[in-house]
Design a protein around this ligand. Structure first.
Ligand SMILES: Nc1nc2c(c(=O)[nH]1)N=C([C@H](O)[C@H](O)COP(=O)(O)OP(=O)(O)OP(=O)(O)O)CN2
Ligand SMILES: [Zn+2]
Length: 154
């Protein structure tokens, strides 16, 4: 008899935690309304998986990594930095110098598109994740029907 977590199938055990934050941005050289400063209620889905899949089940306390640990790490490395911030590229700032007086401004070398944000987030998070888990994916919803996703190379 096998327990619920069966190595024989080669199945992967993953955990996902979802975060929300509000960020304003603009896309330099974008041909459309997103060239102007506007905000999104972002949703970030953070998925981790275990490094070691040799057990039929997880011994007590039965968890891969505490959801609380993921929560604290993501809050510290991502949410705190993005929430209620205005993210603009250096190129955008050069074209719109008046924005520099904004107290919550965060200037990036790159454009703060969903793609570049998720790339930044995977770098930041992979640097702090505990050894027993690896980052298996990040999905950043900019709107309810648009998201950028990072998945590791196989
Ligand atoms: N590949 C990407 N395309 C777009 C990005 C992005 O980050 N990556 N970003 C934007 C805007 O910042 C914003 O997301 C657009 O929001 P919104 O206008 O609400 O989205 P839609 O165009 O899908 O909404 P409609 O209201 O249906 O026009 C644009 N593109
Ligand atoms: Zn936008």
């Amino acid at each position: 008899m096998h327990n619920s977590y069966q190595q024989q199938t080669g199945d992967m055990l993953q955990l996902t935690k979802i975060f929300s934050f509000e960020t304003a941005h603009a896309l330099h050289e974008y041909n459309g309304k997103c060239k102007n400063i506007h905000g999104h209620s972002y949703k970030l889905h953070v998925t981790v998986r275990g490094q070691n899949h040799s057990e039929d089940y997880l011994p007590a306390p039965g968890i891969l990594v505490d959801f609380k640990v993921i929560k604290e790490l993501v809050q510290q490395t991502i949410v705190q930095h993005f929430d209620h911030r205005l993210v603009l590229s250096a190129a955008y700032m050069q074209a719109h110098p008046g924005c520099s007086t904004q107290e919550n401004l965060w200037v990036w070398d790159m454009e703060p598109s969903a793609e570049n944000m998720v790339l930044y987030m995977q770098r930041a998070l992979r640097a702090v994740l505990p050894g027993e888990v690896v980052l298996a994916g990040l999905r950043l919803y900019e709107t309810s029907d648009s998201y950028a996703e990072w998945v590791p190379a196989v």
